[in-house]
Design a protein around this ligand. Structure first.
Ligand SMILES: Cc1ncc(COP(=O)(O)O)c(C=O)c1O
Length: 362
């Protein structure tokens, strides 16, 4: 690699003074000058599995040999169908349909567009605003940044952002509300009701929040009464609740999804990062039945053409009808069952299934 041609992220520019990584192994990064670095941050909170875990490359190669790319606006394939089915099995409530895109930012963009499309389909075309929270981060693209409340990341692009409302963060340590932790949580959630009324409920499509805060106020989380009150307010004003689980999803806070800490189910849940542990770009927008049902007849939003995007209705999937001899390969955590004795390959195993009839693309 010739220094000076690669444009790095987050202000790194074209000639950053960064360590040069030669290889990575599980939790370690190895530099070209012989240092071993513990990647305690797991990249940008992405590498949930560890680096270069053996076996993943073989599974990926096998998939590339079978089908390397499909335009999922015209075709379907068992791999995304199977992943969507597994997500539906593990996600809370009726989050049964997955829309696949490439990054957390794009996932939130898609969630916002789906929220708008949903309201449009119910005769509420003015419900377009997305309410976010200060000290939150939902992504680098302009829509996701508009909903974000991280002021330093917003500042350089402020004139290009949507003028959407923001409410105070779910940050109990800094709250100045009176009463018990529960009463404070209810008061904090009440800020959403105030913002909806100020902006006009007829103009608000959704509220987006990280169930446990990530990069802006790491690990801040409110009393469960906060999200119960948020759910009540969203229902009252026909505002969709979008849980941004891009950072918290796939076990980062303990349960598979952080929202499982609370007795609420979001209308839309966005996951990314840990869904693949960084082995391939992928994020998913999980949509509840009430919303997904609207798209039986209404064309959904567009997304990137280079994507794994397909809105798959898992619960109405066609039953297996053929026993094709061509296997399809996907992954699941080895904890669900694995025969190998090696430490690494115990983590992941390949599952082979028979070919199945294609479900219609929604
Ligand atoms: C909560 C949250 N949402 C969205 C994003 C954006 O995801 P990506 O960087 O994959 O676009 C991030 C990234 O850090 C995040 O932490």
């Amino acid at each position: 690699m010739v220094p000076g041609h690669l444009f790095h992220k987050w202000g790194g520019g074209i000639a950053p003074d960064f360590p040069r990584i030669e290889r990575a192994d599980e939790e370690f990064l190895f530099t070209d000058d012989g240092r071993r670095i513990v990647d305690a941050a797991a990249g940008a909170a992405v590498v949930n599995l560890g680096h270069s875990v053996r076996g993943v490359e073989a599974v990926a190669a096998e998939q590339l040999e079978d089908v390397s790319y499909l335009s999922l606006s015209h075709f379907t394939h068992e791999a995304p169908e199977e992943l969507a089915r597994k997500l539906a099995e593990r996600a809370p409530g009726s989050l049964n349909a997955s829309f696949f895109v490439n990054s957390g930012s794009e996932g939130n963009e898609s969630a916002f567009k789906l929220a708008r499309a949903y309201h449009r389909s119910t005769g509420n075309p003015n419900k377009t605003a997305i309410i976010g929270r200060w000290q939150s981060y939902h992504g680098a693209t302009l829509g996701a940044l508009s909903a974000s409340g991280n002021t330093s990341r917003r500042a350089p692009y402020q004139p290009m952002l949507q003028n959407w409302p923001h409410v105070p963060p779910a940050y109990p340590y800094r709250w100045e509300y009176d009463g018990t932790p529960e009463a404070q949580a209810v008061a904090a959630a009440g800020e959403l009701e105030t913002a909806i009324k100020q902006h006009g409920a007829e103009n608000v499509a959704a509220f987006v929040a990280e169930p446990v805060s990530g990069s802006s106020i790491p690990a801040a989380r409110p009393h469960p009464a906060y999200y119960e009150e948020i759910r009540r307010i969203c229902d009252r004003y026909d505002v969709l609740f979008i849980a941004d689980e891009v950072m918290t999803g796939f076990g980062r806070t303990g349960p598979l999804f952080a929202v499982e800490r609370y007795d609420v189910v979001p209308d839309i849940m966005v996951v990314g990062k840990g869904i693949t542990g960084g082995y391939t770009p992928l994020s998913a927008v999980l949509v509840g039945d009430r919303i997904a049902d609207r798209f039986e007849a209404v064309p959904t939003s567009r997304s990137s053409t280079v994507t794994r995007s397909v809105a798959t209705r898992c619960r109405r999937r066609s039953a297996p009808t053929s026993s094709s001899s061509t296997p399809t390969t996907f992954w699941r955590p080895g904890a669900l069952g694995g025969a190998s004795s090696s430490r690494r390959s115990r983590r992941w195993r390949t599952i082979r299934t028979s070919g199945r009839s294609a479900a219609p693309v929604r």
